[in-house]
Ligand binder design. Structure first.
Ligand code: ARG
Length: 475
């Protein structure tokens, strides 16, 4: 059904209808569109643009339509241009011309952006919930590996020994920031554009604050022109989701690397691996690789909205219709990716013995020698040189640091007394990192409990926001 046509001599060319059409993707907005229409209707009734009796009829029809949409009995057809026209068609089919009364005082320009904000609020909350589950799964594994010693890498080269739990828990920090960004998004963007009309505000509805409140927004946007063309909230959401994707890709890369025969640090459960059609022995970490790969499209979706917005005049321009598919895609990509990643993390078996065997390889205790000297008052640059000389001597003799003799240590620096051997163990190196940020087991345990309490708070916040949102949608 077309929502315009009076001043045209005929319908659009088929090619135009095909280009213009968005209903095949914006149909996802249908439940939100109905809810926004109900709030808008209340405004029309309070201003007596629609009589109270007609208001009841229209509201009843909208609610019927909502259940028909939910059950699949009402669907868009080949002639509907977008979700708004499909819903107005449904309304008119039930009420005759009265169905068209809902259009007074609003435009698709303010309607679509209000629907879209509600869609994003709803789905960002759902994604946040999955993120807390992933943080929980990582925490559990990190707790199980508070005692597992592993080599830590910089430049993918052995650097210093660490606890493997520390290695895992770092991902939780990144994901908690993602959740925090979403809560921050919600606070900044929870302002309603409804009432902006086409661009200038509505002459029929003097108090759109009421519909903003009814829809659960913090308040009303301040400028109707901005309200119809602001898509910062889409770009920000797409950044937040792309960042989640980047974090998952880094986690995926580690699982891919750790599951190689060369590393042998992790066995991914069969249910979270895939095989090869030609090589019968293969068990591939495809989930981890898909996490790495899918971050590409999430970043692409962010670029796509930024390019649509760049240089675009304010107020509504049809370019803005291009805002939705990238957002739907990012949301849906993460909703399918996150459960698989959660499962992969939960069911992974790590191999602490293999990690332990490599913990001191590559002279990764050399920093301990430099720190030993620094504690004795030797300037760090001199200490660093001396520790480097120890490594060089070991390399030329094919031995490890703790195998240097007392005389060899003393020949390198007079302060390298035999008690230096006391710091030349992975356990000693790890236990010395006692600051709150460090890798000692005490520090790590405290970090994990802080993560757990932050996750608990995030869960409380998400469930109360989701409950509030669902109540608003059902009211
Ligand atoms: N389907 C459009 C969108 O998603 C909304 C319609 C506004 N169209 C218009 N010609 N003013 O942005």
């Amino acid at each position: 059904m077309a929502l315009w046509g009076g001043r045209f001599s005929g319908g659009p060319a088929d090619s135009v209808a095909a280009l213009s059409r968005s209903v095949h993707f914006d149909w996802r907005l249908a439940p939100y569109d109905i809810r926004v229409n109900i709030a808008h209707l209340h405004g029309l009734v309070s201003q007596q643009i629609v009589s109270a009796t007609d208001g009841v009829k229209i509201e009843q029809a909208l609610r019927e339509l909502a259940s028909e949409i939910a059950s699949g009995t009402f669907h868009y057809n080949d002639l509907d241009e977008d979700v708004h026209s499909a819903i107005e068609r449904g309304l008119t089919a039930k009420l005759g011309p009265l169905g068209g009364a809902i259009r007074a005082g609003r435009s698709r320009n303010d309607l679509v952006v209000t629907d879209f904000k509600l869609y994003l609020i709803d789905h960002l909350l759902e994604i946040s919930e999955s993120l807390t589950e992933l943080v929980g799964a990582i925490s559990k594994q990190a707790t199980a590996h508070v005692g597992s010693i592993a080599p830590g890498f910089t430049h993918l080269q052995h650097a210093q020994p660490i606890l493997f739990g520390h290695e895992l828990a770092k991902h939780s920090q990144a994901l908690l920031r993602d959740i925090d960004r979403i809560s921050d998004w919600l606070e900044r963007n929870s302002f309603s554009p409804l009432g902006a009309g086409a661009l200038a505000g509505s002459g029929l509805l003097p108090e759109p604050e009421a519909s903003a409140q009814e829809l659960g927004f913090i308040g009303l946007m301040a400028n109707s022109i901005d309200a119809t063309s602001d898509r910062d909230f889409v770009a920000e959401a797409l950044f937040d989701l792309a960042m989640v994707g980047v974090h998952l890709s880094r986690l995926g890369e580690e699982f891919t690397l750790w599951s190689t025969t060369e590393f042998g640090w992790v066995t991914v459960a069969d249910a979270f691996s895939t095989g090869s059609s030609i090589m019968p022995q293969k068990k591939n970490p495809d989930i981890a690789e898909l996490a790495r790969g899918k971050s590409g499209r999430l970043i692409g979706n962010l670029s796509s909205i930024m390019v649509v917005l760049k240089g675009l005049p304010f107020a509504y321009n049809r370019d803005l219709q291009e805002d939705k598919e990238p957002a739907f895609d990012s949301v849906e990509t993460l909703l399918v990716l996150l459960p698989a990643i959660i499962g992969m993390v939960e069911t992974a078996t790590f191999h602490p013995d293999v990690m332990r065997a490599g913990a001191t390889a590559g002279f990764s205790l050399a920093t301990e020698i430099a720190d030993f000297l620094a504690r004795k008052g030797v300037p760090f640059s001199t200490a660093h040189e001396a520790a480097g000389a120890c490594v060089k001597l070991c390399e030329s003799n094919g031995i490890d640091l703790h195998q240097l003799s007392d005389d060899q240590f003393l020949s390198i620096h007079p302060s390298l007394t035999s008690d230096v051997r006391g710091v030349l163990t992975a356990e000693g190196a790890i236990d010395s990192r006692i600051s709150s940020i460090g890798t000692s087991s005490q520090s790590l345990s405290e970090q994990i409990s802080a993560i757990d309490s932050e996750t608990h708070l995030a869960r409380l916040w998400i469930s109360s926001e989701s409950k509030r949102f669902t109540e608003m949608m059902n009211s």
